[in-house]
Design a protein around this ligand. Structure first.
Ligand SMILES: [Zn+2]
Ligand SMILES: [Zn+2]
Length: 722
């Protein structure tokens, strides 16, 4: 056991999370127990009882009821200073009047707050702070004071200074500390323009969560000023948040290109209870005027058609963002079309550039999609076996090329995977993919054709559990079976984190004897990224020549590299801001300087967890992680309400902790400790305070289990009074 690891504060997102810990362990001292379960000499003293004092006359709760002198001291320290917090906190706090939570993941025991913001992160001073801000009204936005969100949390907002007449505010609500959930807002006087509304898939830090969304609280509070939501293109990291967030923002109009609009609508069909979206399709480069801002658009190359870049016109110059982009080029020379598009921007007074940093680590120019398309078409033409092509369903340009190639050599295409089928349908409806009748056949008809006439387009090149190719590889597909007469082409790079899944997938495909063509082993390019490499970024910076620069879309390191690149190209360091999510950036003094405010917009990420959407799930996530790492330990004990004695030996249920059958001695000792703790605590107590007894049992058992196993399972005591 390595105490540092266990004693450190675990981080979930931006929150500091306190781990369950028997109070005696706070400073690394574990008590020792005798054979009879008694605490041995030299161990930390047992906890003092913390009974709630009776309410004051008139039913008002005592402000510091149930707190120790120590706690009261820090609570009142807060009262004196009337301070505010600098980021959004959402830790659990017991609801006044409601039953105390029995969760053994307890708030940390009292210890002196260190300094600075840490002090205010101390949950014990929470109630006191609410108190303070209500009384002094300083440092808090009135609406944010003690605002109760999910019933178990109190959320507070920092007051954000009003926007000056000659300042432009830019806030990246997501997409600048991760790849995904892209969303940026630009605010000037009375107009707010939102660019993109994406989602991020969960990672190991958010077990069981479906998606992570940007925090839109800042926008919700100013929703009357939102003039437009501009969607650059139809990928989920740009449109995925729409069904969850648009209603919160009062359903402002969405401006986007036709294909994106179709994709947004298709997705919205899965949320029939939502009010209809107001989508305005913008083709070409026309201008849309709002009160204080105007917007224009331009065409951008990416892995999906109908991508648009955005120009927001302000009195001090233009704010330009191409969204996700790459350049169509031949050997590093952009095509005439690209030159034309960006030359049109080059002549403008460009105040600020916001661009994609995804591929900043890759030198040169990215492989042109056209080359990939040509190679795939050639493979489709020359393959003499059945061909299964797997790629991202979002790679619509490439899907179109494959369909075109199959038609040319008179082969048939079966489409496997719902997202792939949806996207193909949408593109056919939008006229972006043209297929003759009879080219696309249902999978059930595959057997009616010779194998070399069949191409199967399937999702699952990342080894995702339920995707079509995975089902093929592990023989769970209903109609299709792989054999040595098949060729499987994986036209996708491996998304970081999916390496193991892709390796398993390849192994399983290889077991069927099928031939695999993968981008790493292929002699020709069969995959290309949708994002421009470093060379393309440089080219773009030189064209736009903006005064200020904010790198977006990427993790912090990517953004840093991108900022350095801009510096290398001659931009002053003071004119570049590397953003964090919800950082408030302002271009002040009528376009004179760019600066970061010390206040931050609310920034806890919103989580989509089944039907629930909220930013209050840290407690749940913390429990899930603890359950996954340490398991759980449930104690069921019946106590005689009169005498406080146990009726019988307590029952113990545990999952994911230790194998109980082989741990009889541990169980036996634990039972003794439970019995002793309960009977010692209840002695002379009348009526029995079950909550308090539970706390004592949790403490004693957690401590003992930790001492014996170096593990901290979630201990859940269930006490029945009989
Ligand atoms: Zn994209
Ligand atoms: Zn993107």
């Amino acid at each position: 056991m390595e105490p540092q690891r266990r004693n450190r504060n675990r981080r979930l997102g931006r929150e500091r999370v306190y781990i369950a810990r028997p109070s005696g362990h706070l400073f690394g001292r574990a008590p020792s127990f005798g054979a009879d379960g008694s605490i041995q000499k030299g161990s930390p003293a047992p906890l003092r009882p913390r009974f709630e004092a009776p309410p004051l006359a008139g039913g008002a709760p005592r402000p510091y009821a149930g707190r120790s002198r120590f706690q009261r001291r820090y609570a009142s320290a807060d009262t004196r200073t009337g301070v505010f917090m600098t980021s959004s906190f959402s830790r659990p706090v017991p609801r006044p009047g409601a039953a105390r939570s029995f969760s053994p993941i307890r708030r940390p025991a009292v210890h002196p707050p260190t300094s600075g913001a840490d002090r205010f992160a101390h949950p014990l001073s929470r109630r006191a702070r609410t108190h303070t801000s209500e009384r002094t009204g300083r440092g808090f936005r009135a609406a944010g004071v003690g605002e109760r969100d999910s019933g178990t949390h109190i959320k507070r907002l920092v007051s954000i200074p009003p926007l000056k007449e000659d300042a432009i505010r830019v806030i990246c609500l997501g997409g600048v500390e991760e790849v995904g959930r892209n969303m940026t807002l630009i605010e000037f006087r009375n107009d707010i323009i939102v660019v993109d509304m994406g989602l991020q898939f969960n990672d190991s830090k958010t077990p069981g969560i479906d998606f992570i969304l940007p925090n839109t609280k800042y926008l919700e509070e100013r929703k009357d000023n939102i003039r437009a939501v501009l969607i650059t293109h139809g990928h989920l990291d740009h449109i995925g948040g729409i069904p969850y967030l648009m209603e919160r923002l009062g359903n402002p109009p969405i401006y986007t290109r036709n294909l994106t609009a179709l994709m947004v609508k298709k997705r919205q069909e899965e949320f029939p209870y939502l009010p209809p979206l107001d989508i305005k399709i913008v083709e070409g480069n026309g201008r849309v005027k709002f009160k204080d801002l105007s917007i224009r658009f331009f065409g951008v190359s990416h892995s999906i058609p109908d991508c648009m870049g955005i120009i927001i016109e302000t009195p001090y110059g233009n704010i330009v963002t191409p969204g996700d982009y790459k350049l169509d080029h031949v050997d590093g020379v952009p095509t005439e079309e690209e030159e034309e598009t960006y030359n049109a921007l080059a002549g403008d007074n460009n105040l600020l550039l916001l661009t994609d940093s995804t591929n900043v680590e890759n030198p040169g120019f990215s492989t042109p999609e056209k080359l990939v398309g040509d190679n795939l078409a050639e493979i489709v033409r020359t393959t003499k076996t059945r061909l299964i092509v797997s790629m991202f369903a979002s790679h619509i340009v490439r899907i179109g090329r494959i369909l075109e190639a199959t038609q040319l050599c008179n082969k048939k295409v079966a489409i496997e995977g719902r997202s792939m089928r949806n996207n193909v349908d949408i593109c056919i409806a939008a006229g972006l993919i043209k297929v003759k009748d009879g080219t696309i056949i249902p999978s059930t008809d595959i057997a009616n054709y010779p194998p070399d006439r069949i191409v199967v387009l399937a999702t699952g090149a990342q080894g995702d559990e339920f995707a079509a190719l995975t089902r093929l590889a592990n023989k769970s597909h209903k109609q299709l079976r792989l054999s040595e007469h098949d060729t499987v082409l994986l036209s996708a790079s491996i998304v970081p984190g999916n390496e193991k899944a892709v390796q398993d997938l390849k192994d399983n495909i290889a077991r069927h004897g099928a031939k695999i063509i993968h981008y790493r082993t292929s002699e020709v390019y069969i995959h290309s990224t949708g994002h421009g490499n470093r060379g393309e970024m440089e080219w773009l910076h030189k064209k736009i020549k903006s005064k200020f620069f904010i790198p977006i879309h990427g993790t912090h390191y990517m953004l840093r590299l991108h900022a350095e690149l801009a510096e290398d190209l001659g931009m002053q360091k003071a004119n570049i801001v590397v953003p964090d999510n919800s950082m408030i950036i302002e271009i002040q003094g009528g376009g004179k300087k760019i600066t970061v405010l010390k206040e931050k917009a609310p920034n806890g990420p919103l989580m989509v967890d089944g039907f629930a959407v909220g930013d209050m799930q840290e407690v749940v996530l913390r429990d899930r992680q603890m359950l996954a790492e340490e398991g759980m330990f449930v104690i069921i004990a019946s106590i005689h309400s009169g005498t406080g004695k146990l009726k019988k030996s307590p029952d113990i249920i545990s999952r994911g902790f230790v194998y109980l059958r082989e741990s009889q001695d541990l169980l036996h000792q634990t039972r003794i400790i439970i019995k002793k703790t309960i009977e010692d605590t209840t002695q002379g107590m009348h009526p029995i305070n079950f909550d308090y007894v539970k706390e004592q049992v949790t403490d004693a058992v957690s401590r003992y289990l930790f001492q014996k196993t170096a593990k901290r399972p979630i201990v859940i005591p269930v006490l029945l009074g009989v």
